[in-house]
Design a protein around this ligand. Sequence first.
Ligand SMILES: [Zn+2]
Length: 309
Amino acid sequence: MNLGYSILLGEFVPANQARPTDVAGFQIVCPCCKDPVFKTERLGRKDVLEFFSHYASKVGTEDCELRVAGISEGTRASTNSASRSQTLKLFLAVIRSAMAVAWKDDPHARRWAEVEGSPALSWFVDLRADHMATGRWFKDADLDEALDTAISDVDLMALRNAGGLDVSVRRRLVKDVISHLRSPNAAKNRKTLILHGLRGAVEAFWTCEALNEIDIPMRKMFNALLSDTRTDWRAWVKRMNERQGPHLDAFNDLHFMIEMFLMRDLLRLPVVRMLENHRAGRAVLEGIDDLDYLPIAHAKSDEISGPSI
Ligand SMILES: [Zn+2]
């Protein structure tokens, strides 16, 4: 395809104006399916033809190749697959690494490390990732409303006065990242970012638990989710399905919390600094050790960040 789409810039980028390193630096994806692409070139009759191509034709990417331009199978096959997979890794690592800086001073880091690989939690994340990929979760139709909630306590005036990236640009970015997360080659990012939102929810639970501000259905749900085996969690889900009521409410709240924590941190992606780095020829995340600060309206010092539970 001749055109890619940059998640960070929010613009279409012609292939002949992009360097191979721009793909990771500007986070360039297929304009159709938002799957990562790579820059490649080949010798035409008169000059060098430059284009973007999908990494692999997975289910869901075949049509957009045709829609965006139409590049022969032979051309794709002729590019070096080893270097491609390196680039894909680099591309996908940018967003993951950027989001990971959110946890740099996390007081719960050790406790989280103990539970993050637990069977129930992994199982839950896999299932949610599946629902996200198939459009049953993080639906396009619901994104604006969810984003409204995620920014509801952000002081937009203070953000503008501080010269920060406007919130409308940030909203656009979050939507682009989420459509990228649904793409076929983004499975690892999808799981990592769902886990990111889930970590926010779990840590909020720990904070509320320490303050003794948690209701019983919520406490039971988190304890089952963080248990050593899948048995407790399965039993909890079964009970939730049968009895619904407060169990179902807790389950719905958990999803809402994951969405909110993920969106809130995606809104804080340090895009300007990432682009400055890339343009200066530095590694995209060089020197970046925190997400952007979003000023909160009427913030109270004893308030925990993120949605309350
Ligand atoms: Zn595509």
